[in-house]
Design a protein around this ligand. Structure first.
Ligand SMILES: C[S@@+](CC[C@H](N)C(=O)[O-])C[C@H]1O[C@@H](n2cnc3c(N)ncnc32)[C@H](O)[C@@H]1O
Length: 275
């Protein structure tokens, strides 16, 4: 396990993932009944953008950094920037909240988060980053395994966030298989699954696997900031929302062209597909 999210934090992929995540959380909060979130690959929770990793590889400058002072971004992006601003009280962008920090901020007292992180250092940092409150449970365990062990949640409704590092060549297929098993246990839950845009055919095969195993409704959002380069630097990502919340399709349809323009580094683009 060599992947460190600190090198990539706040980049175009985090923007797409975290803006969509915040919409999903907001949608869950529209009902008074409590909800649960399972974050299978949590990371360290808070990232210091002035720290060594983020300075060595400042991908955030072409991601959240470009949006930070944008006058009137679309609502999906405005909500995301507002959530990041809550971690940067003086208005200077220095701290970036990862998924478990954003989720924790959105919980009401009866809602719950279970967050898994397998890397020992990242797990220790996560423990330090999040408040010690009863409704936030951290697990130093395999996130794929948690999809079987921790679902369905006692609250019976909620969101599952799957954001693996894709270090292993077969990790897209591994994730798809784990999600299909999770759907058998928690078929009416919402899922946000992040994937790198590396191979269109592999992504289509992963989506087909999900549809073949019971996902009733999905929405796929792709955002790329440039044409793929031979050195393989990640220029695009794709999220698959299973049981997407009401209203996210038009919100993404408005935000994606804006993001493709604002974050462009060449031949940028976007796609949105409902199934
Ligand atoms: C892409 S990062 C997560 C970023 C985080 N979700 C966010 O949005 O802020 C992936 C994380 O998964 C961790 N990891 C790798 N394999 C894992 C596994 N099998 N189970 C749980 N965590 C794992 C890595 O250490 C890394 O911190």
């Amino acid at each position: 396990m060599n992947y460190r999210h600190a090198f990539h934090v706040g980049n175009h992929a985090d923007v797409l993932k975290h803006a969509s995540l915040l919409f999903c959380l907001d949608a869950l909060r529209r009902k008074p009944t409590p909800f649960a979130v399972l974050d299978t690959h949590a990371g360290r929770g808070l990232y210091d953008l002035t720290g060594e990793e983020a300075q060595r590889s400042p991908e955030w400058r072409d991601g959240v950094g470009r949006l930070w002072n944008w006058p009137e971004p679309p609502p999906l992006v405005a909500q995301y920037l507002e959530a990041v601003r809550a971690f940067n009280a003086d208005g200077e962008l220095r701290t970036y909240p990862g998924s478990p920090a954003l989720i924790t901020s959105a919980l009401r007292p009866d809602d719950a988060l279970a967050a898994c992180e397998l890397h020992p250092e990242e797990y220790s940092a996560l423990r330090r980053a999040l408040p010690r409150v009863a409704n936030v449970q951290l697990h130093a365990r395999d996130g794929y395994e948690s999809l079987a062990a921790l679902l369905p949640p006692a609250q019976k409704r909620g969101l599952v966030v799957i954001d693996p590092p894709y270090e292993k060549p077969d990790e897209l297929a591994t994730s798809a298989q784990a999600i299909t098993r999770a759907l058998k246990r928690f078929g009416h839950g919402s899922y946000l699954w992040w994937r790198p845009m590396k191979s269109e055919s592999a992504l289509n095969a992963a989506d087909a696997e999900i549809h073949a195993h019971g996902a009733r409704e999905t929405l796929r959002a792709d955002l790329w900031t440039a044409a793929p380069t031979p050195e393989g630097k990640l220029v695009g990502s794709s999220i698959l929302l299973i049981n997407p919340p009401y209203g996210i399709e038009p919100a993404l349809r408005e935000a994606l062209p804006f993001l493709a323009d604002a974050l462009t580094k060449g031949q940028s683009g976007w796609a949105l597909r409902q199934h």
